[in-house]
Design a binder for this molecule. Structure first.
Ligand code: FDA
Length: 385
């Protein structure tokens, strides 16, 4: 490709959507760079060489949306299976359905409560802290769903996610804890849900499959030895940047805090380890938060009958060299973010987007939706600048 009219830093769903729109809507020549050796960002998946099972490299990714524009858009690149996500949790050696629903409640209290009876019981148990204004997550949890359910299903799981005792976490982390007074245990409520039929990578590659899109992998925007680096192109070329916003400004206002996960993979000589894709572990004596068994994401596929693969997921705070996954978003982070937003707004010929560029947890449909909006509203101005 002769010229580059637009540089996109990051080949995740945000960058790919921007690239596809820039080419098909504006006829531009686009270069996408990514520091990883594959495209697709965190939604990337690959086939395990030993078992043939599709593994989500950066953690379980389930597609769901109620946004009709996004649904129509993603269906240009892939079809979706009918997969409906369900989660279970192991508490003291017994397995319960999640999120907490009438099935969970009746199993936990060994009862056959009706929806109204269950509602009354939970209201009575949550009344323990009536009239108080909970300051920490522990008290907030009790005030929302009562102590028994909170302590069984939320307290230690959240403690493991944050590596912090919920008594030392701010109440603001949760505003509600979903409890369903029906037996519905579908995890998502969205209109559309499913997994890409041929896998995530086929979908993501199709988005970039255009003669006017050039993808350069293993290319870091801050590596001054490669031609398209920040210092060389700053102000010279229109750029959409989807990497971490604090890194872009050389951490001038300090680091934004993230949580990350570690995945421990094991292959086993059985065709089915846990009978479902995601099993949470709610208790404190189990160090991981959950086990993912990816074969269950695609029951329609012809996977081996005598081999499976599982991923134990551990959660912790991220250091600079770790993959940033979930924004911590504490009070200090929010102030730091405002300072970076000011710098980003003033930056010439560069738009900041995606979860890293905006320091926001975005589900895939949200990343795509916000890229479509940015392509409509901000890209024309960026190109004119
Ligand atoms: P993304 O992180 O995907 O892409 C950014 C890209 O920029 C990366 O490829 C990175 O390498 C690159 N980059 C960064 N700095 C760079 C530099 N200096 N130079 C070059 N390239 C650089 N969503 C959902 O809908 N359902 C789900 O089940 C899940 N599950 C889930 C699990 C986990 C563990 C996480 C962390 C996230 C999810 N998500 C999710 C969210 C989903 O991953 C998210 O919506 C998309 O990754 C967002 O795409 P972005 O393009 O914004 O970022």
């Amino acid at each position: 490709m002769a010229t580059c009219d637009l540089l996109i830093v990051g080949s995740g769903l945000f960058g790919l959507t921007m690239a596809e729109r820039a080419v098909n809507e504006h006829g531009l020549n686009v270069t996408i760079i990514d520091r990883r050796d594959h495209l697709g960002g965190n939604a990337y998946s690959e086939k395990d060489a030993e078992t043939g099972i599709e593994v989500h490299k950066y953690g379980a990714h389930l597609f769901h949306t109620s946004n009709e524009r996004v649904w129509e858009y993603v269906n240009r690149f892939t079809t979706f299976t009918g997969y409906q996500h369900k989660v279970y949790t192991n508490h003291r050696g017994v397995v319960y359905p999640m999120p907490i629903n009438l099935g969970t409640i009746n199993q936990f209290f060994q009862a056959a409560l009706s929806p109204d009876e269950a509602r009354a019981l939970i209201a009575e148990q949550a009344g323990e802290l009536a009239g108080t204004d909970p300051e920490n997550l522990n008290d907030k949890g009790i005030s929302l769903i009562g102590r028994p359910l909170y302590e069984a299903f939320i307290k230690h799981y959240t403690g493991k996610q944050w590596q912090t005792d919920p008594k030392d976490l701010p109440a603001s982390i949760i505003s509600r804890l979903p409890v369903r007074y029906t037996y519905d245990n579908r995890y998502f409520n969205d209109t559309h849900e499913g997994l890409p039929t041929d896998g995530y990578t086929a979908w993501l590659e199709r988005m970039a499959d255009h003669p006017k899109i050039e993808v350069k992998l293993a290319t870091d925007y801050f590596d001054t030895s490669q031609p398209l680096n920040r210092d060389a192109v700053r102000g010279q070329l229109p750029v959409v940047y989807t990497g971490p916003v604090d890194r872009y400004f050389d951490y001038a206002h300090g680091d934004l805090k993230w949580r990350t996960i570690d995945l421990e993979t094991e292959r086993l000589d059985t065709g089915d380890f846990q009978g479902t894709s995601v099993m949470n572990y709610a208790d404190e004596d189990v160090p991981f938060t959950r086990i993912i068994e990816p074969r269950h994401f695609h029951p329609e596929r012809d996977y081996p009958k005598d081999r499976t693969l599982i991923q134990r997921e551990y959660s912790r705070f991220a250091e600079r060299h770790d993959e940033p996954y979930y924004p911590v978003n504490g009070t200090a982070d929010r102030e730091t973010l405002l300072a970076y937003r000011e710098l980003a707004d003033a930056e010439q010929r560069t738009l900041f987007g995606g979860r890293l560029g905006t320091y926001k947890y975005l589900d895939m449909h949200m990343a795509i939706g916000s890229a479509l909006t940015m392509a409509d509203n901000d890209l024309p101005d960026l190109l004119r600048a």
